[in-house]
Every structure is written in structure tokens, then in C-alpha cells.
Design a protein around this ligand. Sequence first.
Ligand code: XMP
Length: 322
Amino acid sequence: MDKRPSSLKRITTKKAAEKFIAQQVKAIQEQVGDKKVLLALSGGVDSSVCAALLIKAIGKQLVCVHVNHGLLRKGEPEQVIEVFRNNLGADLRYVDASKLFLKELKGVDDPETKRKIIGKVFIDVFAKEAKKLKGIEFLAQGTIYPDILESKGVKAHHNVGGMPKEFDFELVEPVKYLYKDEVRVVGEALGLPKNMVYRQPFPGPGLGVRCVGAITKDRLEALREADAIVREEIGKLKEKPWQYFCVIPDLKSTGIKDGKRYMGWAAVIRAINTKDAVTAKSYEIPYKTLYKIRDRIIKEVPGINRVLWDFSDKPVSTIEWE
Ligand code: XMP
């Protein structure tokens, strides 16, 4: 196994992060020279910190590709463009593939098949974009130390796919010996926004596994809006849970508006605390926050006429619904 060097001390301070950044900038420059590097930038903590380090080291020799699969949370693709293209001056290729993903996922209700499709279409879109680029010799990846340690862990169990054979480039993995908390400290020292660096874990297949059953555009849009409300309101609490989000099951129930009955979806609030995602405890959301979320979702999100709170623990209930 690729082992963390004993000379690498835990990074907990800005000063230690700055030292690490200076070392990595030098190491990247030495490894890459004047060649070009490709990176799939999801906007997650790891790929974002990896990108920011590479931009600092080699500027526009890094080409970032951000594939919007339409399953991202509200505001995420916009933030990737704002931070990396507008603020950091990155060479960022933005691909909106949301229509293609919806088409490929049409009618598919099996969770693992959904994951496989999302993984495969993602690689196809990324590969197609990468083929347009000339002179790429390296592939950067935001691998972090737990990915190496837990290559049989939760993330590996869920994530399908991998780079196709033609992406046989030499790897650049500047944060591969860092733990998550260290990656965040480095991200902050690199000037990335706090909400990007400290964001909660978000599955690769994104909202795809929270729009339960066969995904439809209108239910997905309702989910994105309701999820943004859940994140905003729980995000205001002093002690935030580890993961908090919204789920919309594929079921309709009766609502009543202006004296007329109609069928609508139920939004499910989920908030949990955990150390390792193997077991999890439902987080006790204050009632005031629950009511606020309920009122806002019903008022602001078309199509939803019921709000539920899933307060189940894991086991037996997994964190995600799929
Ligand atoms: P479960 O639902 O299995 O989730 O209790 C455990 C943790 O894993 C995350 N998760 C995923 N992460 N791809 C990922 O990268 C996935 O397909 C996936 N499914 C679940 C989940 O959000 C939780 O943190």
C-alpha cells in the first residue's frame, strides 16, 4: 500500500498548510514541467483543493472539466464556474450534460443500475470532452488518504466506473496523503470559499439517489429546491449535523388547495451524525427549524404537499434512501 510518509506531520494550522502548499507547488512543477494536466472537477472538497493547488503551481497548464450531470445541488455548478474560472482564472471547460443523463436514466428505478448509468455516462461525457483537448500528458486526481486506506470502504462500494484505458496518463495526486480535515485546512489556506471547503459529504451520483425510483425532471427540480431549503435552515444552526438533506420518494398523496384535492409529492428531511458512515444516528432537529423547513417547502416548492422527517438510525436505515 502507498503509505503516508512519516515526515508528513498532521496539518492543523494555516502555517502548516502554507508549508505543505509551497512543497506541493514545487513538486507539481517538477513533475509536470511545461506539460498539460487534465482534471475532472466535481466541485467537491477533494477535487476543488486539488485543482486550486495545481492552478497555483501551473496555472493554465491545468485544464479542468466540470461535467454537470444535472444531479448537483442548487447553486453548485455556478459556484464552480465563479470560483475557478472567474476568481482563480482557471482553464475550465463546463459541460452541461443534464439532458443526456435524464434521457439515459429515464424509467430506471433500480438504485444500483441508476448508479452504474450515472457512472458510465459521466465517464463517456468526460472522455468525449477530453478527446477535444490536445497535448494532455497528466491526469490529476483528488485522491485523499482515506481513499487509499479504505479502497474497500463505503465510497468504493458505491462508486462505479473509473477512467477508461485511453486515459493512461501519469497521475498527479497532490493531496493523496492527507486526511479530510487536513484537506479542508489546505483548501482554506488556498483561499477557497468556506462553504466549498467545509461542505457536507455528497454522493457521486448526487441527487440521483435522493430522487427515489425512476427520476423525472419535475420531481428532480422539486428535490433540488427543497434540498436547498433544508440545507439553508439546518445550516443556520450552531451545531450542524454531519449530513443533512432532502429526499423525494416516488409516491404521491392527496393535498388540498383552494378547496380542491390534488396529488403531490412528499419531501423527506434527513439529518444524521456519524463518525464513519458505517453507523449513524438521526440528528435531533430543533422543532423550530423543522416547522420553518415545513412552511418554506410547502410555500416555495411547487408539487410538494407534505413534509416528513425521517429520524431513523443506521442500522437498519442506510443514510441515503437508495
Ligand atoms: P449509506 O446510504 O450506504 O451511505 O448509509 C453511507 C455514506 O456514503 C454516501 N454514499 C455515497 N457516496 N457514492 C458516493 O460517493 C455513492 O453512490 C453513495 N451512496 C451513498 C452517503 O451519502 C453516506 O455519506
